[in-house]
Design a protein around this ligand. Structure first.
Ligand code: AP5
Length: 230
């Protein structure tokens, strides 16, 4: 089983890079934000609870997200491993993940941190669009679709995420970046954290992430400065 945790502040490029890493390793992507947005769209009790936090830019409580995310990880699709996009987001979540994997003699193999300065992220999120059907990620400035307003992969309309309004983005940064640093410290202490400069073009960030998977040393990959932002 190969388990890769993809870390980064909101908008750092986790959702953009996760499918490429998944294809590279032959494992699925499990994205906590997608799981929660599906629950919100379904109007389930979980979705109604999650929406109260997500719409304010706050993290969903650990006990809620840990339960649903680890259930998903136990699913048959993830039997050979997974790319975890957006989970864990707190030290408590990271410890719960470690315990769940250890029950089967597994562990997190790689933690890849995409670093982007916070001031770049607000702008990125204002121009982000996702497809209504499957959440494929675009950017009207840096990564537009071939046909304006339509997903290249499934043809569904492109929409703006409700939590990409500037005020909510700023709240997400303020509330979510400090616990993210705790998670990075957790994996740094375990010797498996690799940091990649997320200010580069999408393809170069992807190449650095693949190189980081292959690299034996926990070190900066790419030209960015360690600790340059998020
Ligand atoms: P989630 O959906 O996970 O949001 P997020 O972590 O805030 O991350 P984003 O999806 O906003 O950004 P991303 O890093 O995937 O960037 P993307 O690739 O889209 O979570 C949503 C909410 O759910 C949270 O706020 C929280 O409330 C809740 N939640 C989720 N997980 C939780 C957990 N574990 N615990 C508690 N609560 C949880 O890229 C952004 C834009 O930039 C796109 O337009 C893209 O095209 C563009 N872009 C990407 N890379 C580049 C590049 N290299 N150069 C230029 N543009 C780029």
């Amino acid at each position: 089983m190969t388990v890769v945790v993809l870390l980064g502040a909101p908008g750092a490029g986790k959702g953009t890079q996760a499918p490429m890493l998944a294809e590279h390793l032959g494992v699925p992507v499990l994205a906590s934000g997608d799981l929660l947005r599906a629950a919100v769209a379904a109007g389930s009790p979980l979705g109604r609870e999650a929406d109260r936090y997500m719409s304010r830019g706050q993290l969903v409580p650990d006990h809620t997200i840990v339960r649903i995310f680890l259930d998903q990880l136990k699913g048959a699709d993830a039997a050979t491993g997974a790319i975890l996009d957006g989970f864990p987001r707190t030290r408590a979540q990271a410890e719960a993940l470690d315990r769940a994997l250890a029950e089967h003699g597994d562990r997190v193999d790689h933690a890849l941190y995409i670093e982007v300065p916070l001031e770049d992220l607000v702008e990125r999120m204002a121009s982000r669009r996702i497809c209504a059907a499957n959440g494929h990620v675009y950017n009207v400035a840096t990564n537009p679709p071939q046909v304006a307003g339509r997903c290249d992969l499934d043809g569904s309309p492109l929409v703006q995420r409700p939590d990409d309004q500037e005020a909510t983005v700023r709240a997400r940064m303020a509330q979510q970046v400090p616990p993210l640093e705790d998670v990075a410290d957790h994996y740094r202490a375990a010797g498996i954290l690799r940091t990649v400069d997320g200010r580069q073009p999408i393809e170069e960030v992807g190449a650095d992430l693949v190189a980081a998977l292959a690299s034996g040393d926990p070190a900066q990959v790419g030209p960015g400065e360690p600790g340059s932002g998020s």
